[in-house]
Design a protein around this ligand. Structure first.
Ligand code: HEM
Length: 496
């Protein structure tokens, strides 16, 4: 029949093949509707490896966590960069960042590692601590004396606080110009600019999955204009008007200027990409962490106690007289309960996907068997299968705040399947060479956010029996999923 034309036939030595029913799209719709269910069903039918035809591509899914390292080991046949480079150019609208194509010789991954980890991380953590308190106590609440309850959507709150603080941390503050406007009106102007950037960010972020799937941005008029406005705000000439730019942004500006042939708007769009990467997953991860914490009195008690202990041993006092709490990276690293809570919330909400593209025909060696893979095919991992595996995580849909703590109350790292210890059991940040370079900063940010919320505010859900929102599957494969609806909560300053 005509619709079978162009379909692949399984050859000997290849994994079982699912062509799907639709011409061209193959399994795309079934996969898109609920990837986890789809993959579970195929896993039951075919076993630990199978191939799906999705929108013209052939994707080999590895579902056995003991095979994950096989993929990393055979990296020489697999490319991770081309797909990332192409996706970034398509979504953000800059020229190719593949050095092979000649627009730039910058090694982006290297830049990110250099400016998000090691010593650079100390400075980021310090700036974030200051900015979070500025946003929570001054920028959002100009009258910190008042201790009336404020009711708000939890997602809206997390979004505003994390976006504003994260934006200030990476992109600095507007210069305090020397005209006679008073400080608070300058702060209001700055805040208005950032909230405006947040609106543009949200408008653009909504269609991000469509862009990754290959639809052109011209189809989405308001999102397109939102992306251009974000670009405008991040033009080098505008960034140069700001104080306290992070090392990440300063170095990226320098490398844009010295190693690339990008025009001004393209340079700005590489910064839009960094802004997106720094916020798109952090915001929902913060929401889920705080939501589960509010739903679980036991977790709340343990977290509050840990925060109190850490502040006490750091001799930090909570006050509203303008002196901010400061905790350095080492002190924050010593909070295993918050770590476990954050991990557990991300285990439940993450749906990232790891992709590698075959550079040539090759034989993929797994633990006990091997398969032929064709050039340009994709080999993929979908770690949500792992995160929701009841053998690894008993009662996998339930939030257990101490799931990642051992008997000594330290980080738990031994998880088992079939009686064997797993190397890979937790992968919201991806794995191998392309692992998220911002992962340490991300966890610190969320921990700082929680520490400050628990220190300065009384906080509760409006309806303590509220149902856990479902995961919005439209972003499956791209990272932390957003909640399908917001949840009301209320907070007020503690009487200190
Ligand atoms: C890439 C997750 C926060 C910067 C990634 C990837 C994942 C991820 C899954 C792709 C890895 C792959 O393709 O295998 C997350 C999650 C976060 C988070 C779950 C928060 C909870 C951040 C933050 C920053 C950041 C705060 C920076 C400030 C980046 C960058 C890349 C990346 C620059 C691209 C890396 C490259 O291509 O070299 N992230 N991320 N991320 N992330 Fe994150």
């Amino acid at each position: 029949a005509w619709f079978l034309l162009g379909r692949r036939r399984r050859r000997q030595g290849e994994p079982p093949l699912e062509n799907g029913f639709l011409p061209y799209l193959g399994c795309a719709l079934q996969f898109g509707a609920n990837p986890l269910e789809f993959l579970k069903e195929k896993q039951k039918k075919h076993g630990h490896i199978f191939t799906c035809h999705v929108a013209g591509k052939y994707i080999h899914f590895l579902t056995d966590p003991f095979s994950y390292h096989a993929l990393m080991r055979q990296g020489k046949y697999l490319d991770w960069k081309k797909f990332h480079f192409a996706t970034s150019a398509k979504a953000f609208g800059h020229g190719s960042i593949d050095p092979a194509e000649g627009n730039t010789t910058e090694n982006f991954h290297q830049t990110f590692i250099r400016t998000l980890q090691g010593n650079a991380l100390d400075a980021l953590v310090e700036a974030m601590m200051e900015n979070l308190q500025y946003v929570m106590l001054q920028s959002r609440a100009p009258k910190p004396q008042s201790n009336a309850w404020v009711t708000e959507g939890l997602y809206t709150f997390c979004c505003q606080v994390m976006f504003e603080s994260g934006f200030l941390t990476l992109f600095g503050k507007e210069f305090n110009s020397n005209n006679d406007k008073n400080l608070s009106s300058k702060q209001e102007t700055e805040r208005a600019h950032i909230l405006n950037a947040l609106e543009n960010f949200k408008e653009f972020d909504k269609i991000f999955p469509a862009l990754v799937a290959g639809l052109p941005i011209h189809l989405f008029k308001s999102a397109h204009s939102a992306r251009e406005k974000l670009g405008e705000a991040l033009l080098h000439k505008n960034l140069l008007k700001r104080d306290n730019l992070s090392e990440l942004v300063t170095l990226r500006m320098f490398l844009n200027d010295t190693l690339s042939t990008f025009d001004d708007m393209e340079k700005a769009k590489t910064h839009v990409a960094v802004l997106w990467a720094s916020q798109a997953n952090t915001i929902p991860a913060t929401f889920w962490t705080l939501f589960y914490l509010l739903k679980s009195p036991e977790a709340m008690r343990a977290a509050t106690k840990e925060v109190q202990n850490v502040l006490e041993s750091a001799e930090e006092r909570i006050s509203l007289d303008g002196k901010h709490i400061s905790l350095n990276r080492k002190q924050l690293d010593n909070m295993p309960i918050l770590d476990s809570i954050i991990k557990e919330a991300m285990r439940l909400s993450s749906a990232s996907m790891t992709f590698r593209v075959a550079k040539e025909d090759f034989t993929l060696h797994l633990e006990n068997d091997f398969y032929n893979i064709r050039k340009d095919d994709i080999v993929a991992l979908y770690p949500q299968l792992l995160h929701f595996d009841s053998e690894i995580y008993a009662d996998p849909l339930t939030f257990k705040y101490d799931r990642f703590l051992n008997e000594k109350g330290e980080e738990k790292t031994d998880f088992y399947r079939n009686g064997r210890k797993l190397k890979h059991y937790y992968m919201p940040f991806g794995t191998g060479i392309a692992k998220c370079p911002g992962r340490l900063f991300a966890v610190h940010e969320i921990k700082q956010f929680l520490t400050l919320i628990l220190s300065y505010f009384e906080i509760e859900l409006v309806d303590t029996n509220v149902k856990c929102p479902s995961l919005d599957q439209s972003r499956a494969g791209l990272g932390i999923l957003q909640p399908s609806n917001d949840v009301d909560f209320r907070y007020r300053l503690k009487c200190l």
